[in-house]
Design a protein around this ligand. Sequence first.
Ligand code: PRP
Ligand code: URA
Length: 209
Amino acid sequence: MATLMVFDHPLIQHKVSMLRDKRTTSKEFRDLVKEVGLLMGYEITRNLPLKEVTIETPICKTKAEVLEGPDIAIIPILRAGLGFVDGILELVPNAKVGHVGLYRDPETHEAIEYYCKLPEDIDKRRIIVTDPMLATGGSAVAAIDLIKEKGGKDICAMFLIAAPEGIAELTKAHPDVDIYIAAKDECLNENAYIVPGLGDAGDRLFGTK
Ligand code: PRP
Ligand code: URA
């Protein structure tokens, strides 16, 4: 059964409140999403396995622990998922980055695929799917369907803000995928936007509206 973890760290909560504020500019929004990506990434990687090796310090030989693998793949859901990538890459600079392009049809709110390029060895990597918003869950479910079709197995997903509807949908479709969020909001409105949410994450990140 999937884990749902809400990161209630005060720094994350403070930054999410700034992201919600409609006066926050695109530049500030991008910087904040990157910072929250790094803070959430730090928690998400907490259980990466370690192995023991022998190294030599300037003083003597000693046993030390280093990451054992599997290697990581970050897969942002375009466009808005891109906002998290740089923050996570600061923690795991050798991670590979795949891309899944999806947009919500404005009428039906269904996720439409327009791009998919994943690392060749995706089946061997620990995968972190990134998107700031989990609204109906349609985009996340479609992205993870696609990643699994291409061989991905070890998958978790991180979002800034999730609606209860999206959490239920993603958990039902992919019970093996752990979900990490910074906030669980109240509901969706008639346009399937999260309430209170932060508006359209892609437009706010890239200044397109
Ligand atoms: C937004 C958001 C998610 C999706 C969430 O993307 O970044 O991908 O909507 O909604 P859902 O859970 O109901 O599918 P959007 O389709 O607006 O595309 P964009 O990132 O290119 O702006
Ligand atoms: N996509 C967004 O960017 N925001 C929402 O609230 C819902 C979907």
